[in-house]
Design a protein around this ligand. Structure first.
Ligand code: HEC
Ligand code: HEC
Length: 317
């Protein structure tokens, strides 16, 4: 009996030691550094491509990177209370040191594909664009390099500080960079309306990322395989970091947009006005720069997806 207690004591002691050592390793050592690359990339110079790049950057990148000055000089993306530490989105202006002046075009491309920054660190699990077409990506980077007001040099430098939890998730591989596959990525032609709409909804504007059950269970590479695909419920932080569940945008007749008219859909997506006249939360971006062709294609695509009921994620607050 005494011997058993002694053995148990030793086992317990070793366990405590192992936990303490693991905690020290997570908390005190740096997060991993991954291999960085600069991809081969040709930036377009024609005006149509720049207009496309501006539209995507002003919609998608601006949602997370637009500071109070109106420039893409970064903002508080996730405060301490969210659990991941204090996460600031980066400064994307043309400042030589504080902004993207230090990045090669191909390094920006590699970051967008994999989540690996120029310094080899992971940009959290917050920013992945593995399926964005090569053309859209080059157009966005061309916009970042342009003389547009949003990317005029700003010298803000605010570094993210990852919490113990976020560091643990990175170190144990729950938050990981994506593999770079290197295959050419082409968007479907606009004439193939449903396929083009799918591209917009799953990739260019990633409606699906926010509108499926949870960021934690989303399938980034194959969005349709995400649980609760387009059926909403994912808690999204608004401008004040309150969480608002995304809505069901499948053709479900009660929970979704099955009974909506196209005009009601357009008003929601463009101006953030619901069919009952109330305003949507700031958690939902406003797609004001998108032309009719794009909104029509998204609408056409949404008519084709499976109707599904919403499951509310439990992870939200
Ligand atoms: C969902 C929010 C979100 C969106 C959308 C987003 N980003 Fe980010 N981005 C972040 C966060 C957060 C960081 C910083 C992460 C960190 O510090 O670890 C970041 C970092 C970066 C960096 C690295 C900056 C540096 O200092 O190394 C670049 C470049 C970048 N983003 C470009 C873009 C571009 C281009 C787009 C649009 C195609 C975009 N981002 C869209 C959240 C976002
Ligand atoms: C950053 C996350 C995010 C993205 C990206 C996003 N949405 Fe939303 N969306 C939301 C949230 C959150 C709500 C709920 C807002 C509320 O209830 O006030 C919402 C609401 C809506 C609504 C209103 C539904 C209703 O029942 O009232 C529609 C329609 C909609 N989104 C369509 C889209 C489409 C189409 C796209 C892509 C072009 C898109 N959303 C992209 C977060 C997002």
């Amino acid at each position: 009996m005494k011997k058993l207690l002694k053995i148990l004591g030793i086992v317990f002691g070793l366990l405590v030691l192992a936990i303490a050592a693991t905690a020290a390793w997570v908390g005190l050592t740096d997060t991993p550094t991954y291999e960085t690359k600069s991809l081969e990339i040709q930036l377009p110079t024609d005006s149509l491509s720049l207009v496309n790049g501006a539209k995507i950057a002003r919609t998608v990148c601006a949602y997370c990177h637009q500071g109070e000055s109106g420039k893409l000089d970064g903002k508080l993306f996730s405060p301490e209370s969210e659990g991941f530490g204090e996460i600031w989105s980066g400064n994307l202006t043309n400042h030589p040191t504080a902004g993207l002046g230090k990045y090669k075009d191909g390094e920006i491309a590699y970051l967008l594909r994999t989540g690996i920054k120029r310094d080899g660190k992971l940009a959290g699990p917050f920013m992945f664009f593995p399926n964005l077409s090569d053309e859209d990506m080059a157009d966005v980077i061309a916009f970042l390099r342009s003389d547009a007001p949003e990317v005029q040099p700003a010298d803000d430098v605010r570094s993210s500080r990852y919490s113990f939890l976020a560091k643990a998730l990175i170190k144990f591989g729950a938050f990981q960079p994506l593999d770079y596959e290197g295959k050419p990525l082409l968007a479907p032609p606009t004439t193939d309306q449903v396929a083009f709409g799918r591209y917009l909804a799953t990739t260019r504007y990633d409606c699906a990322g926010c509108h499926s059950a949870s960021f934690e269970t989303n399938n980034i590479m194959e969005p349709e395989k995400s649980p609760g695909y387009l059926a909403g419920g994912n808690p999204i932080a608004d401008h004040d970091f309150n969480h608002v569940p995304s809505r069901n945008i499948t053709p479900h007749p009660e929970q979704g947009i099955g009974k909506w008219t196209k005009e009601q859909f357009v008003a929601s997506v463009r101006s953030g006005i619901r069919p009952d006249g109330t305003a949507l939360s700031t958690a939902m971006p406003r797609f004001v720069l998108q032309d009719e062709e794009e909104i029509d294609a998204i609408w056409a695509y949404l008519q084709t997806v499976s109707s599904m009921e919403t499951t509310i994620a439990t992870a939200g607050k």
